[in-house]
Design a protein around this ligand. Structure first.
Ligand SMILES: Cc1cc2nc3c(=O)[nH]c(=O)nc-3n(C[C@H](O)[C@H](O)[C@H](O)COP(=O)(O)O)c2cc1C
Length: 156
Protein backbone atom coordinates (compact mmCIF):
# COMPACT_ATOMS: atom_id res chain seq x y z
CA UNK A 1 0.00 0.00 0.00
CA UNK A 2 1.41 3.37 -1.04
CA UNK A 3 0.71 6.48 1.00
CA UNK A 4 1.02 10.21 0.29
CA UNK A 5 0.97 12.98 2.87
CA UNK A 6 -0.08 16.22 1.14
CA UNK A 7 -0.23 19.39 3.19
CA UNK A 8 -0.75 23.12 3.09
CA UNK A 9 0.90 25.22 5.79
CA UNK A 10 0.90 29.00 5.99
CA UNK A 11 3.20 29.42 8.99
CA UNK A 12 4.98 26.09 9.46
CA UNK A 13 2.98 24.28 12.16
CA UNK A 14 1.17 21.90 9.80
CA UNK A 15 4.39 21.39 7.80
CA UNK A 16 6.07 20.03 10.92
CA UNK A 17 3.14 17.74 11.72
CA UNK A 18 3.02 16.52 8.10
CA UNK A 19 6.72 15.62 8.10
CA UNK A 20 6.33 13.62 11.29
CA UNK A 21 3.25 11.86 9.91
CA UNK A 22 5.06 11.02 6.65
CA UNK A 23 7.86 9.40 8.67
CA UNK A 24 5.39 7.54 10.87
CA UNK A 25 3.31 6.30 7.93
CA UNK A 26 6.27 5.62 5.64
CA UNK A 27 4.74 8.00 3.11
CA UNK A 28 5.80 10.38 0.36
CA UNK A 29 5.40 14.08 1.15
CA UNK A 30 3.89 16.79 -1.08
CA UNK A 31 3.53 20.44 -0.14
CA UNK A 32 0.51 22.26 -1.52
CA UNK A 33 2.12 25.58 -2.43
CA UNK A 34 -0.19 28.46 -3.38
CA UNK A 35 0.54 30.21 -6.68
CA UNK A 36 0.36 33.40 -4.64
CA UNK A 37 1.85 32.86 -1.17
CA UNK A 38 -0.06 34.16 1.84
CA UNK A 39 1.55 37.17 3.48
CA UNK A 40 1.18 37.97 7.15
CA UNK A 41 -1.37 40.61 6.18
CA UNK A 42 -3.34 38.02 4.15
CA UNK A 43 -3.62 35.86 7.27
CA UNK A 44 -5.10 38.54 9.55
CA UNK A 45 -8.43 37.05 10.57
CA UNK A 46 -9.34 40.19 12.47
CA UNK A 47 -9.45 42.14 9.22
CA UNK A 48 -12.71 41.50 7.34
CA UNK A 49 -10.99 42.54 4.11
CA UNK A 50 -7.85 40.41 4.42
CA UNK A 51 -7.32 37.80 1.70
CA UNK A 52 -7.98 34.83 4.01
CA UNK A 53 -11.21 36.35 5.36
CA UNK A 54 -12.49 37.16 1.87
CA UNK A 55 -11.57 33.72 0.51
CA UNK A 56 -13.08 31.84 3.42
CA UNK A 57 -16.40 33.71 3.16
CA UNK A 58 -16.74 32.52 -0.44
CA UNK A 59 -17.41 28.76 -0.56
CA UNK A 60 -16.71 28.75 -4.31
CA UNK A 61 -13.22 30.24 -3.93
CA UNK A 62 -10.47 27.97 -5.32
CA UNK A 63 -7.00 29.56 -4.94
CA UNK A 64 -4.63 28.14 -7.59
CA UNK A 65 -1.84 25.73 -6.59
CA UNK A 66 1.69 26.12 -7.97
CA UNK A 67 2.42 22.45 -8.78
CA UNK A 68 0.85 18.99 -9.07
CA UNK A 69 1.46 15.59 -7.52
CA UNK A 70 3.42 13.81 -10.27
CA UNK A 71 1.59 10.49 -10.24
CA UNK A 72 -1.47 10.48 -7.99
CA UNK A 73 -2.64 7.15 -9.44
CA UNK A 74 0.08 5.25 -7.56
CA UNK A 75 -1.31 6.11 -4.10
CA UNK A 76 -3.88 4.07 -2.21
CA UNK A 77 -4.06 6.47 0.75
CA UNK A 78 -3.73 10.24 0.76
CA UNK A 79 -3.50 12.18 3.99
CA UNK A 80 -4.43 15.84 3.44
CA UNK A 81 -3.25 18.28 6.10
CA UNK A 82 -4.01 21.94 6.73
CA UNK A 83 -4.38 24.61 9.42
CA UNK A 84 -8.00 25.09 10.45
CA UNK A 85 -9.20 28.42 9.06
CA UNK A 86 -12.59 29.61 10.21
CA UNK A 87 -13.48 26.17 11.61
CA UNK A 88 -12.81 24.30 8.37
CA UNK A 89 -10.23 23.52 5.66
CA UNK A 90 -8.68 26.49 3.80
CA UNK A 91 -10.12 27.01 0.30
CA UNK A 92 -6.84 25.89 -1.30
CA UNK A 93 -7.54 22.40 0.10
CA UNK A 94 -10.80 22.45 -1.87
CA UNK A 95 -8.72 23.29 -4.98
CA UNK A 96 -6.45 20.33 -4.21
CA UNK A 97 -9.29 17.83 -3.73
CA UNK A 98 -10.95 18.87 -6.99
CA UNK A 99 -7.68 18.67 -8.96
CA UNK A 100 -7.33 14.88 -8.92
CA UNK A 101 -9.22 11.69 -9.52
CA UNK A 102 -9.36 10.34 -5.97
CA UNK A 103 -11.87 7.58 -6.63
CA UNK A 104 -11.20 4.37 -4.74
CA UNK A 105 -8.58 6.01 -2.52
CA UNK A 106 -8.77 6.57 1.20
CA UNK A 107 -8.44 10.32 1.77
CA UNK A 108 -7.78 11.28 5.37
CA UNK A 109 -8.02 14.85 6.67
CA UNK A 110 -5.67 16.06 9.39
CA UNK A 111 -5.22 19.51 10.81
CA UNK A 112 -3.44 21.71 13.27
CA UNK A 113 -5.29 24.57 14.91
CA UNK A 114 -5.43 26.98 17.79
CA UNK A 115 -7.97 24.70 19.47
CA UNK A 116 -10.77 23.95 17.00
CA UNK A 117 -11.30 20.37 15.93
CA UNK A 118 -11.92 19.25 12.33
CA UNK A 119 -15.57 20.26 12.52
CA UNK A 120 -17.38 19.82 9.23
CA UNK A 121 -14.23 19.15 7.20
CA UNK A 122 -14.70 15.38 6.72
CA UNK A 123 -18.16 16.09 5.27
CA UNK A 124 -16.67 18.79 3.03
CA UNK A 125 -14.04 16.29 1.84
CA UNK A 126 -16.78 13.75 1.04
CA UNK A 127 -18.57 16.32 -1.10
CA UNK A 128 -15.38 17.36 -2.92
CA UNK A 129 -14.09 13.80 -3.42
CA UNK A 130 -17.34 11.83 -3.65
CA UNK A 131 -15.73 8.59 -4.84
CA UNK A 132 -13.07 8.48 -2.13
CA UNK A 133 -13.39 6.87 1.28
CA UNK A 134 -13.04 9.62 3.90
CA UNK A 135 -12.62 8.71 7.58
CA UNK A 136 -13.17 11.36 10.25
CA UNK A 137 -9.51 12.39 10.45
CA UNK A 138 -7.43 13.83 13.25
CA UNK A 139 -6.25 17.07 14.78
CA UNK A 140 -2.50 16.73 15.40
CA UNK A 141 -1.26 18.49 18.52
CA UNK A 142 2.05 18.94 20.30
CA UNK A 143 1.24 15.86 22.33
CA UNK A 144 1.53 13.66 19.24
CA UNK A 145 4.80 11.96 18.40
CA UNK A 146 5.93 9.51 15.75
CA UNK A 147 4.61 6.54 17.76
CA UNK A 148 1.13 8.02 18.27
CA UNK A 149 0.90 9.00 14.61
CA UNK A 150 2.04 5.53 13.51
CA UNK A 151 -0.62 3.94 15.72
CA UNK A 152 -3.25 6.24 14.22
CA UNK A 153 -2.15 5.61 10.62
CA UNK A 154 -2.20 1.84 11.21
CA UNK A 155 -5.68 2.01 12.74
CA UNK A 156 -7.26 3.43 9.57
C1 LIG B 1 -7.01 32.98 8.74
C2 LIG B 1 -6.87 32.07 9.91
C3 LIG B 1 -8.00 31.51 10.49
C4 LIG B 1 -7.88 30.63 11.59
N1 LIG B 1 -9.02 30.06 12.11
C5 LIG B 1 -8.90 29.20 13.17
C6 LIG B 1 -10.07 28.56 13.73
O1 LIG B 1 -11.19 28.73 13.26
N2 LIG B 1 -9.89 27.74 14.81
C7 LIG B 1 -8.64 27.51 15.36
O2 LIG B 1 -8.54 26.76 16.33
N3 LIG B 1 -7.52 28.09 14.84
C8 LIG B 1 -7.62 28.92 13.77
N4 LIG B 1 -6.47 29.47 13.22
C9 LIG B 1 -5.16 29.11 13.78
C10 LIG B 1 -4.45 28.05 12.94
O3 LIG B 1 -5.29 26.95 12.65
C11 LIG B 1 -3.20 27.49 13.68
O4 LIG B 1 -2.37 28.52 14.11
C12 LIG B 1 -2.44 26.49 12.78
O5 LIG B 1 -1.72 25.58 13.59
C13 LIG B 1 -1.48 27.19 11.82
O6 LIG B 1 -0.88 26.22 10.99
P1 LIG B 1 0.23 26.58 9.89
O7 LIG B 1 1.44 27.14 10.67
O8 LIG B 1 0.55 25.27 9.27
O9 LIG B 1 -0.34 27.58 8.95
C14 LIG B 1 -6.59 30.34 12.14
C15 LIG B 1 -5.46 30.94 11.54
C16 LIG B 1 -5.59 31.76 10.44
C17 LIG B 1 -4.34 32.36 9.82
Amino acid sequence: MKTLVAFFSASGVTAKAAKLLAQAADADLFEIVPETPYTKHDLNWLNPRSRSTVEMKDRACRPPIASRVADMAQYDRVFVGFPVWWYREPSIIDTFLESYDLSGKTVIPFCTSGGSDLGETADNFRRLAPDAKVPEGKRITRRDDEASLRAWAESL
